[in-house]
Ligand binder design. Structure first.
Ligand SMILES: NC(=O)c1ccc[n+]([C@@H]2O[C@H](COP(=O)([O-])OP(=O)(O)OC[C@H]3O[C@@H](n4cnc5c(N)ncnc54)[C@H](OP(=O)(O)O)[C@@H]3O)[C@@H](O)[C@H]2O)c1
Length: 239
């Protein structure tokens, strides 16, 4: 396939649905060979069955041995995108230490270990995109655990951009997107939440997976962009 990522290999970490899937398909459609990696390779293989130029791998971002082994199995990788997360929602009184640790482990320490083990296999014009999220920019009661994790992911992107240069490192910070991540609110709770966000934010809608995949493609292909967080959130922090 031809396109801006022609002949490049992109590793996308996360589930076989939601934002990871949109990024995987967009990168493939931009000409890349995509390796979709996650905790359950069989589920990923089923999710991408029949899709050309997409293969699957196994990795657990909370396990450095697993990340190092993935690095060993991949010869060269041009771009790495980590969408994995383990949200620790709730008010301070309800936050479990283990949930906070898992959140940081998945979204901050895991991507840092990915950089440690994969950057040495990346070319000078390679890049990394890690995922942050709007909770870091729009402080609210009940999302402290998510906010501090995303804030750390933002700082990680800037820090890696300096240390790994000229490999570029950016973060993408989505606003509210219907990926199934909000299903825990229940059908009515989710509908009410989306209606409230859409009524208040300047974009007057919630986001789509393609809004975010387009942002990731911009980060992967913009060779003068590094150390930035792209806020693709409908302007929600302004409200
Ligand atoms: N959706 C939104 O509204 C929104 C808003 C702000 C930020 N974001 C961020 O955008 C990213 C993608 O969001 P999403 O809604 O598409 O997905 P998500 O619901 O956040 O799912 C992330 C996936 O990461 C995988 N994962 C968890 N722990 C892992 C580990 N240790 N190693 C490897 N993979 C692991 C899990 O997949 P498996 O269960 O298959 O292993 C999980 O389903 C996340 O970083 C999220 O925080 C999303």
């Amino acid at each position: 396939m031809t396109g801006p990522l022609h002949d490049q290999t992109v590793l996308v970490i996360g589930r076989g649905s939601g934002l990871a899937r949109a990024v995987t398909l967009a990168a493939r459609d931009a000409g890349a060979r995509v390796i979709a990696a996650g905790r359950n390779q069989e589920t990923l293989a089923a999710a991408y069955a029949g899709e050309p130029c997409i293969t699957t791998e196994r990795v657990d971002l909370t396990d450095e041995t697993s990340i190092a082994a993935l690095g060993e199995r991949l010869s060269v990788v041009d771009h790495v995108v980590s969408t994995a997360s383990a949200r620790a929602r709730g008010r301070v009184a309800d936050l479990e230490r283990d949930a906070i640790r898992r959140s940081f482990d998945t979204k901050v320490i895991g991507p840092l270990m990915l950089a440690k083990h994969l950057a040495p296999r990346m070319p000078a014009d390679g890049s990394i995109v890690i995922f942050s999220g709007v909770a870091a920019s729009k402080i609210a009661v009940g999302t402290l655990g998510v906010a501090i994790t995303n804030g750390a992911a933002d700082v990680l992107a800037r820090s890696l951009a300096l240390e790994l240069a000229p490999i570029r490192v950016n973060a993408v910070s989505p606003g509210v997107i219907d990926t199934g991540a909000w299903d825990g609110f229940g059908e009515q709770g989710k509908a009410d939440y989306f209606a409230d966000i859409s009524a208040r934010n300047p974009a007057r809608r919630i986001g789509t997976v393609d809004d975010i995949a387009n942002g990731v493609m911009f980060a992967l292909t913009s060779t003068f962009l590094t150390g930035q967080t792209l806020h693709i959130d409908g302007g929600e922090p302004l409200t």
